[in-house]
Write a protein that binds this ligand. Structure first.
Ligand SMILES: O=P(O)(O)OC[C@H]1O[C@H](O)[C@H](O)[C@@H](O)[C@@H]1O
Length: 326
């Protein structure tokens, strides 16, 4: 047999550590086709996700403040141990404001799942400072990976290393970049109940056959299916959101008036962003000592024509109870 050139994808070489806007380390992941993801150790926040053509898929505000400890307005801030503003903690919790570390020896990927994938594990542990405002010891492992197909996956594992139980809420606060919010629709949330943050968390039932946008929206959809599609009509592309362990979906667009009141957000930028967050909000997660919780989110982009057919198939299978494997 003659020699065959075999391109071996070197997972380690696909990871680079550079500096983010603040000179804080950030990890850049690449796949064999040129897609990339950036995740900053500031907050464990994904700040960029680009497809193989180099096009950015996540929104970041041109007015974002890059000064720590505040999280950057855009990308995917990790909200823990609360999402929203219901306890004595700061809005959306402290994890997004902390400096995480890289686990130099992470557990490997499953062999069936490793082809062309690059990943990094970031860690956050409770320090004296956090214990003052949230007196529970935890270990948080965030695995960020980029697939050969350009898909971005986030896996959060929170472990209770405390002597007593604790509860938390959680969200991947995902700022999707869209071409024109008026032409965007979300499929997968129809007929569901939601809590409307604009009406004192009153409960309503979604009436439309898709969620569309013509004014401010700030809702928590409850008991959602594990696959949601966000169709960007103008760009003819669809974000597929797959999730596990995250029963709720938060949908947010500040629209015109609220945009003007936010210092780190441009007046017109609401037209080009939409937050669709896999979350555990309505019922907090409770962990007993030694227990661990896992919440997964997988984002991918497909041409809208492809999506409609496949999404229907996935929706039907979900209706009959089969689960999505991430
Ligand atoms: O301005 P932030 O603290 O980042 O919050 C931005 C938004 O996050 C979520 O979507 C909440 O549901 C909204 O009520 C909030 O306005």
């Amino acid at each position: 047999m003659g020699h065959t050139a075999v391109a071996v994808w070197d997972h380690k070489a696909a990871i680079e550590i550079t500096k983010d806007w603040n000179g804080i380390d950030q990890v850049v992941l690449r796949n064999p086709h040129g897609a990339s993801v950036k995740v900053s150790l500031h907050g464990g926040q994904v700040t960029s996700w680009r497809n193989e053509h180099g096009e950015e898929l996540l929104f970041t505000s041109s007015k974002a403040s890059f000064k720590p400890p505040k999280a950057i307005r855009g990308g995917i801030p990790v909200c823990f141990p609360q999402f929203g503003n219901c306890a004595s903690l700061e809005q959306h919790g402290f994890a997004k404001n902390k400096i995480w570390t890289v686990d130099e020896n992470p557990p490997p990927l499953h062999p069936n799942d490793s082809h062309g994938k690059s990943f990094v594990d970031l860690l956050l542990k409770s320090t004296e400072e956090e214990l003052k405002c949230w007196p529970y010891s935890f270990e948080f492992r965030l695995r960020v990976s980029l697939g050969a197909d350009g898909g971005l996956s986030l896996i959060s594992r929170v472990r209770n290393i405390n002597g007593k139980p604790f509860s938390f809420s959680f969200a991947y606060h995902t700022y999707l970049l869209v071409s024109d919010i008026s032409e965007v629709r979300i499929e997968g949330l129809e007929t569901l109940d939601y809590l409307d943050n604009l009406c004192k968390k009153e409960r309503f039932t979604e009436q439309g056959d898709a969620v569309t946008f013509e004014s401010e929206v700030d809702r928590v959809y409850l008991h959602c299916p594990n696959v949601i599609a966000v169709l960007d009509h103008e760009r003819k592309r669809t974000y597929m959101i797959r999730k596990e362990g995250l029963p709720d979906v938060v949908v947010w667009n500040p629209w015109e008036k609220k945009s003007k009141s936010m210092v780190d957000f441009g007046d017109e930028e609401y037209k080009h962003m939409l937050c669709v967050d896999g979350a555990a909000m309505e019922k907090p997660i409770t962990l007993k000592p030694g227990e661990e919780w896992t919440g997964r989110l997988e984002l991918s982009v497909v041409p809208s024509s492809f999506c409609i057919e496949h999404f229907e198939i996935q929706r039907k299978s979900l209706r009959y109870g089969s689960n999505v494997q991430l």
